[in-house]
Design a binder for this molecule. Sequence first.
Ligand code: AMP
Ligand code: GLY
Length: 425
Amino acid sequence: MKVLVIGGGGREHALCWKLHHSDSVSEVICAPGNPGIAKHARCIPVGAEDIEGLMQVARDEHVRLVVVGPEVALVKGLGNQLRAEGFAVYGPDAEAAKLEGSKSFSKALMDEANVPTAAFETHSDPDKAEALIRQWGAPIVIKASGLAAGKGVIVAQSVDEAIEAARDMLSGNRFGDAGSQVVIEEFLSGEEASCLFLVSGDTILPLASSQDHKALLDGDLGPNTGGMGAYSPAPCVTAAIEKEVLETVARPIIAALKAHGAEFIGTLYAGIMLTDDGIKTLEFNVRFGDPECQPLMLRLKSDLGEVLLAAAEKRLQGMELEWDSRKALCVAVVSKGYPASFKKGQVISGLDAVEASGSMVFHAGTAEKDGQIVNAGGRVLGITALADSVREAQHQVYQSLQHLDWKDGFYRKDIGYRAVQREER
Ligand code: AMP
Ligand code: GLY
């Protein structure tokens, strides 16, 4: 079958690579793709948020299945439009994508479904927000309700910082419309994990566990980013925790959506914090995590095309996923200055040598210019390896990175440190 993948980041590179190696798939097309994706898929220069353009690609190419990588098109209703024209789609309709598109909706639904999460209030009036922050004190968490590319969450260490963040968001300065409502949350501490599920109506199939590092700097310090690295499995997610997340988080939220008339088809991503009071849900996403997808695809042994088509056609029940028992780890290489501003168009060399040394290079924000690879986004590469332990996978990736020749590239030196500490214990 012919598959269309929407997106052009590291996640989509991993999906295209895996689909290219699926027996069920004859051709992979990707819009817009990137130079790395172009090795496994035919790239079409239509943006991942251009709904009309994407609809036209699906029609012109007579694709059998559309796999939607990023959230924006889903929130805008690409899934609805494709389904209305009879395409099989892996990715939810807009009504279900609201779980990610609106944190105030998502938190209210968690409340309704009794899904464990941090105490919260939603506010659109800056004075009321300030009053609540003063009442609760710091540390406290301020979240823009709408989509903000992973940057809309401020974990404030002081009341002043929290008030400033809330006022800034509500004034529309920082995230535009996405900040017109803020969710103010109780601060939680603990270890975080990403629990992803393939969902098709009432059938919910857990993916292998994973963990990402959202903070920019070593030791999980500095500002939040889209994700600086990830690995799978996450040793803190025991079989018992996996089951608990399925039963107390995934099932009830999917059922609550259904009760609101929104059936879910696609990836449900639950960001979980393991606190002293048990598991708490930090957020839901309605797509694969990036960079979590990269290590997951390295470990997945099943035919991805077959599984995603079955989910899209509501035939997922009874299917099982097969995983490589080894561990996979991905380190993101970003443009120096990210998540704030950075210079684009710098030449990146040494990628063939990185691959020859035994790691996979997944492209994210890259472009081709005069036959050379240059940086074109914040997160640029995801260097990923598979090995018998997280320690070895980490060692492999950092060895490979020695071959990368890009002086303004930046990456964390400690991805996977918690898992390595656990392995050593
Ligand atoms: P979110 O996009 O809601 O997952 O938030 C991004 C990151 O902010 C999470 O991965 C956490 O590291 C942090 N965070 C979010 N909510 C909380 C909370 N209630 N307490 C502590 N940290 C949080
Ligand atoms: N890695 C976090 C995310 O995809 O939202």
